[in-house]
Write a protein that binds this ligand. Sequence first.
Ligand SMILES: [Fe+2]
Length: 256
Amino acid sequence: MKKRWARFLDKLAENPLDVKSEKDLKVDLDIDLHSHLIPGIDDGSKSMEDSIAMISRLKGLGYKKLITTPHTMSHRYPNSSNIILDGLFAVREELARRKIDIRIEVASEYYLDEHFLSLLRKKDILTFSGNYLLFEMSYVMAPADLSGMVFKMYEAGYQPVLAHPERYVFMHQDFSRYEALKEMGVLFQLNINSLSGYYSKEVKKVAERIASQGMVDFVGSDTHKMGQLDRLEAMRSSQLLRDVFENNTILNHTLV
Ligand SMILES: [Fe+2]
């Protein structure tokens, strides 16, 4: 027994990385990359007051940097890069005026449609951390040519990141659709609140399945309103989220 223990200690000394420290097991989550915090331009924040309240609360939860991602969806939220950037500057100005110290940047959550393809051709895309492109699609119906669109994103020099894969109902009954996207190199951003059953039982189940297979690359809050933040607070310290971090290589901390 003594020998075995000594061998174990020797091995540990040789290769300390074999053993996870307590720090590694904690959820490292001070950067968020999906939210709707620019006032009045999509279904997220309704006013500057609303934005400041949500940002302050997110800061209180431990976030140090927020990459906020208003929708670009031509039929509902016809945002342009300029509209989004103007919104960012206004929010930053208000944060500075109130001496709220947090880093805030923007990208956009692009809906796959003709308008998106024309933006892609012009390379008029708001990305995060270099070339990550956050996209979404219909929840109920597969886009006409999803793999073609993914290919076009690569061709234009972007790394596609699918927002909340667990929320696409049309994919729920056919898990191979998820595998096919991963095979194409698409990164997956899971919504933290999906793990709590916030959207539906089915979404929670799919979120857990995707996570248990190590398919998650980013986790996001997808904050639209204050009401979501109590739940987010609870989820940030949940075992479910710790499991996601243990079973997946989560890249949020790389977005500095
Ligand atoms: Fe979103």
